[in-house]
Design a binder for this molecule. Structure first.
Ligand code: URA
Length: 220
């Protein structure tokens, strides 16, 4: 990819980020500190899509910078990627919260919030055009594959995402962090298998677009 193509993608993503920053389609748009649009390599082969910003992400304006982010970086390292190699974003760009005893607490985004935010995610996919999308956790998976998606039964397979992009679903790193003992070992093994499948897919030669049909008259 040429430097000017990369610069174009960067500019387009920055434009998208500015529009998302001005968005107030949902109540959470008024409550958040930062719009956490996404970050990373605009020409990435691998796009990671999480659920939504948590407290640390809301504070910093960057995706996956809390504990789940630290684990995500280790997961990436295990298949030979640095954070800077990939692009990381979420299904919703504002932190979804509900009232808690000690202030707002994280919650999963609701279907309306996901639908309102979807154009920003679609635009990111359109600009980056990754070879593989890795959806982290059930809300991200459902946003691509429908509300009936069951992560425990249906993760770890290849699906076709937007624009025909290969899509894999794995457990969210925050879910991994909540496991202990034997469950932790089992979940880590499953995530590791999913990550290896992603690595292997990215080592395959890129899919060629179908050759245009040539009519007899155009042959010579
Ligand atoms: N969890 C997510 O789904 N996204 C983040 O950015 C951080 C934690």
């Amino acid at each position: 990819m040429s430097l000017s193509e990369r610069a174009d993608k960067e500019r387009s993503l920055q434009h998208g980020a500015n529009i998302a920053d001005a968005c107030r389609k949902c109540q959470i748009g008024y409550e958040r500190r930062h719009n956490v649009y996404g970050e990373g390599n605009p020409c990435a082969d691998l796009l990671l899509v999480g659920e939504g910003p948590g407290e640390t992400e809301d504070l910093m304006g960057r995706p996956f910078v809390g504990r789940a982010g630290q684990l995500l970086e280790k997961m990436l390292e295990s298949i030979g990627f640095a954070r800077e190699d990939v692009y990381i974003c979420n299904t919703v760009k504002c932190r979804p919260t509900s009232p808690g005893e000690r202030g707002p607490k994280n919650r999963a985004p609701d279907p309306t919030e996901m639908a309102n935010c979807r154009p920003y995610l679609d635009e990111q996919i359109e600009i980056i055009r990754p070879r593989v999308i890795l959806a982290l956790g059930a809300p991200a998976a459902k946003s691509f594959l429908g509300r009936d998606f069951q992560i425990t039964k249906q993760r770890g397979c290849w699906y076709t995402g937007p624009h025909g992009i290969d899509l894999m679903v794995t457990f969210h790193p925050a879910y991994v962090l909540r496991q202990t003992g034997g469950e932790l070992t089992q979940v880590k093994r499953l995530v590791w298998n999913d990550l290896k499948a992603v690595r292997d897919k990215l080592q395959e030669p890129p899919k060629q677009p179908p050759a245009p049909e040539i009519t007899q008259a155009e042959l010579f």
